[in-house]
Design a protein around this ligand. Structure first.
Ligand SMILES: Cc1cc2nc3c(=O)[nH]c(=O)nc-3n(C[C@H](O)[C@H](O)[C@H](O)COP(=O)(O)O)c2cc1C
Length: 191
């Protein structure tokens, strides 16, 4: 089982990265093949909305040859894609939003090309946030559920921890065990 974690916090050693540690550890214990990709520092430009990708059959087809291409390779490799990020302004940080918008070339819905390059894959969320879970995460989770629905991906759930006192909040027994349990849950769903 191949699991891609896209870590979208600008803080590469921040709260989200801390929460990813027990999650990754458990995935490795289970025997999953994992890739952990940090978006910070990468050149992932915003979608231009040019629709060129919609006329290119069978491949991603984006005209912007930046760091999104290796990420697309990772996405195509994975059975499960985990978006790990903090909530920023009720959604996600900018680079993660660019990745989400740049999914366009994977769905050939609006031009002469047809089909999907990633239908059937599974997607999960691992989030950190300052407000309480429901108030903080519902808009992003709803957007991701809808994206999955639209793209014929299977949304397999969210685990999140509230940032009360920075990294310490990610190191509590509850947070660590929760992240591990979530790793077991998503791998169980994928069987
Ligand atoms: C620019 C910015 C925007 C934020 N927006 C929200 C928000 O809308 N809702 C929320 O609950 N927390 C928000 N937070 C708090 C972060 O989600 C929280 O501190 C998170 O754990 C940071 O994770 P990191 O250390 O991995 O970056 C925001 C933080 C920053 C820096």
């Amino acid at each position: 089982m191949r699991i891609l974690i896209l870590m979208g916090s600008p803080r590469v050693n921040g709260n989200t990265a801390e929460l990813c540690k027990p999650f990754l550890e458990e995935l490795k214990m289970i025997g999953a093949d994992t890739r952990y990709v940090t978006l910070a520092g990468k050149d992932i430009r915003p979608c231009l909305g040019c629709y060129t990708c919609q006329d290119i059959q069978g491949e991603y087809g984006c005209i912007q040859h930046d760091d999104m291409y290796p990420i697309i390779e990772d996405i195509l490799w994975a059975d499960i894609i985990v978006l790990a990020c903090p909530i920023y302004s009720w959604y996600c940080p900018t680079l993660m939003k660019s990745v989400l918008d740049r999914h366009y070339g994977l769905n050939k819905f609006y031009g002469s090309a047809t089909g999907s390059l990633w239908a059937g894959k599974k997607l999960a969320l691992l989030l950190t946030h300052g407000y309480d879970r429901e108030y903080a995460c519902t808009p992003f989770e709803t957007g991701i559920r809808n994206l999955c629905d639209h793209s014929s991906l299977k949304y397999i759930g969210m685990y999140s921890v509230r940032d009360i006192d920075n990294k310490a909040a990610m190191q509590t027994r509850e947070a660590v065990e929760g992240a591990k349990e979530f790793a077991r849950k998503i791998t169980g769903e994928a069987k």
